[in-house]
Write a protein that binds this ligand. Sequence first.
Ligand SMILES: *Cc1c(COP(=O)(O)O)cnc(C)c1O
Length: 422
Amino acid sequence: MQSKKSQKLFERALGLMPGGVSSPVRAWASVGGSPNFAASASGASITDADGRSYIDYVGSWGPMILGHAEPDVLAALIEAARAGTSFGASTELEVELVAALCERFASIERLRLVNSGTEATMSALRLARAATGRDAIVKFAGCYHGHSDGLLVRAGSGATTFGVPDSPGVPAAVGALTRVAEFNDLDSVGAVCDDAVAAVIVEPVAGNMGVVAPEPGFLEGLREITGQADALLIFDEVMTGLRLGPAGYQSVTQVRPDLTCLGKVIGGGLPVGAYGGGAALMDQISPGGPVYQAGTLSGNPLAAAAGLATVEKLDAAAYGALEEKAAGLAAGLREALGERPGCVQRVGSMLTLFFGPGQVRNYDDALTTDTVRFGRFFQALIDEGVWIPPSQFEAWFVSLAHTDEQLAETVAAVGRALAASD
Ligand SMILES: *Cc1c(COP(=O)(O)O)cnc(C)c1O
């Protein structure tokens, strides 16, 4: 069922905005059809421009871990807004947010707030290059770190190891500084991590090729390889930070990165990013040090207020509840999938239902999935009133607001949508 007002809005937007959207995946290009426009959301429920409600697993692509319009986050936001929305001067709120994060992350002594995950990874790489005096970096195929030039290199197949830009406009010379390794394959890292490499950047749990867990020893191996090469290890926890544990996935694995990038959850649904690490490294950032990085709206009081109100609620009990909800959902999805080719991969409150021949342990595996089948499934699921990310290569996000009833309803709807799209 295509909603009419959404369709009209999209047609209008197409004449005004590239592809009709402010960020590409919102256009539903890979699943077909005209995208739903959002009008409002509350808890785990989102309402489109035509007034139709859905159970939401997009969660604004991760930030809404407490659910939408959480009352305490709203109250904090309103109070902050009344006091003024931006000053261009430091505020108590941002110090409180940074203090809360530094307290949680053993690897972070100093943290710089920025406005997006893209800025966080871009700035962390600049710092890594400055600190090591080296230019090359290593990333993994299928890992997304925002859209800065040097990170828009994915090098689809294993044959292409040295950076080929994924987008026109990325200078070949910049792309050439990016070396690509395979997730869960330490040999592929060893092969490209030499004394020209400033840093290896990784999503400790990959979420941007669909959810792919690190195999035992993978992150430990990265720590060892980077140590031997005197390169830095950067965990991009923009998605996983405070989603998979009180101090991100690094509190689950105990592997300590040199630098950590954060975003999404730490802004409670407002634009935010952050990067941090040990004092000796971070003190090289301007104005204490020579590595320049700045932002007119960085540390914005609204983002700091929403972030702080969100972070304060994420205690051990919250992660226990998220684990229980997501584990139950994943089990239900596996049962609904039955004998069909595919699998459900989950880490904490992130999961992906892959329509593929087997387990997905890297980007090449992810590319073997049936995206046409996914498109049919997505449309059938939307008709059932369940809104998941409109791409096979994304994570579904479970929030604390998803009720047992909504989770059970989702499993039933997925069963029907699978049958309808067979
Ligand atoms: C979302 C994401 C980013 C980019 O964050 P933006 O705020 O969209 O710029 C970077 N890294 C990872 C792992 C992400 O999931």
